[in-house]
Design a protein around this ligand. Structure first.
Ligand SMILES: [Zn+2]
Length: 502
């Protein structure tokens, strides 16, 4: 229970105008990260939507049952990162969420599980729209807390409609549940003690891909490491730093420092300090592993004796919003006659379907890749032998393992990452036995990172190209590194709902 020990302000904290009786709280939200550099929209079928009791039963939220108040479930929509959310899909999800919240009124508290990097077709600041709409329904007396991914971006609209916020402190994200606990502990504490907290935010005009701002490496490691100590100061309820999201061309996309608490002067002091430190470190953010153009990375991997070398196909990483359909790495491997490699995976429904039409062991001609965004990349044409077919009712969608010229490829019906050893073994693949493993990823998640010997990152093309300096920018505010000589001094924004001003 991370933030529960932080001492409160010595002065009488501002009081909420709460009604008496048992507290009524609810939970819901939408979590997706959207690249605006892909034309592929995220549609209803791409979301996993949990409603009512099914949301209450989601294992991730089981910790909510430990609180003294029952968190009434509304609607939670989750999706693998992708392109902007289709406008009609967003409106349907939002309306149902708001109807479900409305049916629970009056509410004393609302917990919103958000990512913070949602783009919606034809709209700026989708997360701000969702949160402001929730505020309109629950009214001004309800306290709203939110959890954010540290790759989320904040806006004035978001800040002005929330009362408190907690963001992940690790990338890769190892503290998802702790972050939910921080956000909900804070809500329960404020409800119990009749506190209306203050939020102080400093937007920092720096944008880095997650691969250059992992908390495994400096300078992010030291910047984030200080947050628990800042959180422990009297008057601070939560301290969060957010990297923001670079592959969305929206004005809100920046890094942020944001503190929640009861002593505005203290919050202001630390938020300005964190923002200044982040700004001062902006030129230090670097990739944590060796990187290079795709051809160079493959050459290096071939020359290395140890195995398995894990190559991150970073430009097509679905967990950052990549399309997940590109076959560039397969083409490069076949051209060099590299063998004993597994590529996990390539999303290609037609090729997957073709494999299911024949049996395991059969060879068939396939066109592999470039089915979701045919303008952005080219397919590979090859004769391939079907090695494995997953169960038809696999919740991740059907998956086929094929082999062509010594390269095994996992074809998937749906976009998905490969983060765990089980993701391979469940398809009859032993990842440790391959000379090379290619994953569509940026930084590696812990299990794959553990077997990487070593990890090399290919700066490959795609919707989440690491070559961010060449991204087209029409809506973004001036920020580093797009304006390398930008001058900036940190400033603090106090949220409109805060009872006191600095
Ligand atoms: Zn993230």
């Amino acid at each position: 229970m991370a933030a529960m020990g932080a001492p409160l302000a010595s002065f009488a904290a501002p009081q909420t105008g709460r009604r008496t009786g048992p507290k009524r709280v609810a939970v819901g939200g939408i979590r997706i990260e959207c690249s605006t550099y892909t034309p592929i929209l995220t549609r209803m079928e791409d979301f996993t939507v949990s409603r009512g009791q099914a949301l209450a039963d989601v294992p991730f939220f089981s910790m909510l049952k430990k609180y003294p108040y029952r968190f009434q479930p509304t609607l939670l929509a989750d999706a693998v990162p992708g392109g902007a959310v289709e406008a009609s899909t967003y409106q349907k999800l939002k309306s149902e969420f708001l109807d479900r919240v409305n049916a629970l009124l009056p509410l004393d508290g609302l917990y919103l599980a958000m990512h913070g990097a949602m783009s919606v077709e034809g709209m700026q600041d989708g997360d701000g729209d969702w949160i402001a709409s929730a505020r309109e329904v629950v009214g001004k007396d309800c306290l709203i807390t939110a959890s954010f991914d540290l790759h989320g971006s904040l806006s004035r609209r978001i800040i002005d409609n929330l009362d408190m916020l907690s963001a992940y402190r690790t990338a890769p994200h190892l503290d998802r549940e702790q972050t939910t606990q921080r956000a909900c502990n804070m809500l329960v504490r404020c409800l119990d003690q009749h506190i209306r907290p203050t939020m102080v935010w400093s937007p920092i005009p720096v944008l880095m891909p997650g691969e250059r701002s992992s908390t495994r490496y400096q300078p992010a490691k030291r910047l984030w490491a200080q947050l628990p100590a800042v959180n422990a100061h009297p008057g601070v309820l939560d301290a969060s730093l957010l990297v923001g999201y670079v592959w969305a061309d929206e004005p809100k996309c920046t890094a942020s420092a944001v503190l929640t608490g009861t002593q505005p002067a203290v919050l202001r002091k630390y938020v300005l300090s964190l923002a200044q430190q982040y700004w001062d470190a902006r030129k230090e953010f670097q990739f944590g592993v060796p990187t290079g153009p795709l051809d160079e990375v493959i050459e290096k991997a071939v020359s290395l004796q140890p195995h398995p070398v894990v190559i991150s196909d970073s430009g097509d990483n679905p967990t950052a919003g990549g399309t997940d359909d590109r076959a560039d790495v397969l083409a490069a491997l076949l051209k060099r006659h590299v063998r004993n490699v597994v590529i996990a995976g390539i999303c290609d429904k037609p090729a997957t379907d073709a494999c299911y039409r024949v049996s395991v062991g059969r060879t068939l001609p396939l066109s592999i890749g470039a089915t979701l965004d045919p303008k952005a990349s080219k397919p590979v044409h090859a004769n391939a032998r079907v090695r494995f077919l997953s169960h038809m009712d696999d919740p991740l969608g059907r998956q086929a393992v094929i082999e062509t010229a010594g390269v095994s490829v996992v074809l998937t019906e749906r976009r998905r990452p490969f983060h765990h050893i089980y993701d391979f073994t469940s398809l009859g693949l032993d990842p440790a036995k391959f000379k090379m493993i290619v994953v569509k990823a940026g930084y590696l998640e812990p299990e794959i990172n553990k077997i990487a010997n070593p990890n090399l990152m290919a700066l490959s093309g795609g919707a989440v190209d690491q070559d961010i300096i060449h991204l087209s920018n029409y809506h973004r505010i001036p920020s580093y590194p797009f304006q390398p000589n930008l001058k900036w001094k940190p400033f603090a924004v106090v949220s409109a709902r805060s009872p006191q001003q600095t």
